[in-house]
Design a protein around this ligand. Structure first.
Ligand code: FMN
Length: 190
C-alpha cells in the first residue's frame, strides 16, 4: 500500500456549541495515522435553505463555494453528525443539497467516511443508513466498514476539554481512520 500523504476534511452535522459530534471531529486530527492530516470544513450554519431561485439569481452562497473547494482539494471527507428524528439533521441535508448542485459535483467519486453519534444507545445508526442512501445518488465512495456509531456519546467525552476520552472509543476511531486512509489510497488507484 502506498504511503502517499492524505488530507481529509470533516463536515459537521451539528450546529450547537456544546456538540458531542464537534468533540469527535475535534479529536480526530490527533488520532490520524502518519501522513494523514484532518481539517474542519467551515460551519454549515450560515447556509440559506436551498432554493433554486437563489442559486439562479444570486449564485451559490460564498460559504458553500468555500466548503466545496475544500472538498475538491481533499482526498476524503469525514461526515460527523448526530441523528435527528431517526434521520439526517436538516442542516446537513441542506448543505449536501447545495453541494450537489455545484458544477462538477464535488462529492462525486470522493471517498467518504460517515461517523454518527447520539445520546441514544444505537449512536445514530438510522441516520447513518439514510445518509448512505443520499450519497449513493451523489456517487460518493462511502467506506462500508468499519462503521462508527457512537452510542451514549455523552459518557465518552470530557466536556471540559471538549474531546473524546473513553479509551475503547479512541481505539476504535484510530483503527477506523487507518482503514479510511487505506480505503482512500485504494480508491485513488482506480
Ligand atoms: N437522538 C437519537 O439517538 N435519535 C434521534 O432520532 C434523535 N433525534 C433528535 C432530534 C432532534 C431535533 C434533537 C435536537 C435531538 C435528537 N436526538 C436524537 C438527541 C441527540 O442524539 C442529541 O441531542 C445529541 O447530543 C445531538 O448531537 P450533538 O451533541 O452533536 O449536537
Amino acid at each position: 500500500m502506498s504511503t502517499q500523504p492524505l488530507k481529509f476534511v470533516t463536515l459537521l452535522g451539528s450546529l450547537r456549541k456544546g456538540s458531542y459530534n464537534a468533540m469527535i471531529a475535534r479529536t480526530l486530527p490527533k488520532l490520524a495515522p502518519e501522513g494523514v492530516t484532518i481539517e474542519a470544513l467551515p460551519s454549515i450554519g450560515s447556509l440559506p435553505l436551498y432554493d433554486a431561485d437563489i442559486q439562479q439569481e444570486e449564485g451559490f452562497p460564498a460559504d458553500i463555494e468555500a466548503i466545496a473547494e475544500q472538498i475538491r482539494q481533499a482526498d476524503g471527507v469525514i461526515i460527523v453528525t448526530p441523528e435527528y428524528n431517526y434521520s439526517v439533521p436538516g442542516g446537513l441535508k441542506n448543505a449536501i443539497d447545495w453541494i450537489s448542485r455545484l458544477p462538477g459535483q464535488p462529492l462525486s467519486g470522493k471517498p467518504v467516511l460517515i461517523q454518527t453519534s447520539s445520546m441514544g444507545p444505537i449512536g445514530g445508526a438510522r441516520c447513518q443508513y439514510h445518509l448512505r442512501q443520499i450519497l449513493v445518488f451523489l456517487d460518493a465512495m462511502v467506506m462500508n466498514r468499519p462503521e462508527f456509531m457512537g452510542g451514549v456519546i455523552q459518557n465518552k467525552v470530557d466536556e471540559q476539554i471538549g474531546e473524546v476520552i473513553e479509551p475503547a472509543t479512541l481505539d476504535f476511531l484510530t483503527g477506523q481512520l487507518t482503514a479510511f486512509a487505506d480505503y482512500t489510497r485504494r480508491v485513488a488507484l482506480k
